[in-house]
Write a new protein. Sequence first.
Length: 247
Amino acid sequence: MQGFGVDIGGSGIKGCLVDLEQGRLLGERIRVETPQPSLPASVYAAVAEIVTQFEWTGRVGVTFPGVMKRGVAHTAANVDKSWIGTDVDAGLDALIPGTVETLNDADAAGIAEMRYGAGRDRRGVVLMLTFGTGIGSALFVDGHLVPNTEFGHIQVDGEDGERRASAAAREREDLSYPEWAKRVDRYLDVLEAGLWPDLIIVGGGVSKKAAKWVPLLSTRTPVLAAELQNDAGIVGAALAAHERRDG
């Protein structure tokens, strides 16, 4: 059983066929640079080109870095602000043969981890956090998604949590992993003050280096690295599109 997912990010757009039984990519993914400026028409064209290269004509799941409600973008984190209020489903449907299902990028990653990865068969409250250009979040209660949480924007010592604790902040300020782990720890302290998760899953590209920083965290909540790492968004998008069709 196959699906197709595309993950739109602030710096890159990547897509691939997905094995929906195993939760893994089939073959090599295609990645292109996100057009600059990242206007909707340019990004739609880039997504359509990726789908065309795979000659895929079925349903397509597409992630977007912002709050998504019924196919419409309500925020635009790390892409051009002209996306706000845009019907992303309609824009992509006009260029792509199969029906498109759009969803928040962190929600897609969380869906993949809950089905195939670190959150598999976990009950209770599970929080997925993706550390990249910003911090994305996906919240699950007994396996059910609470969509469009924006925990990257909680206030930590007077500023957005993601401004201090994202992977981009680590690179921008040339922080060592122990230095950055202290910031992540403080961010998680504030999150835990208002939320009592049973498990936290950390994803994004920096999850590949989890051994360098996750053991340094002092959270009361167990923290696991995402098993699908940076492929989680593509896999989750493909799964969401497939299950919306079946549902």
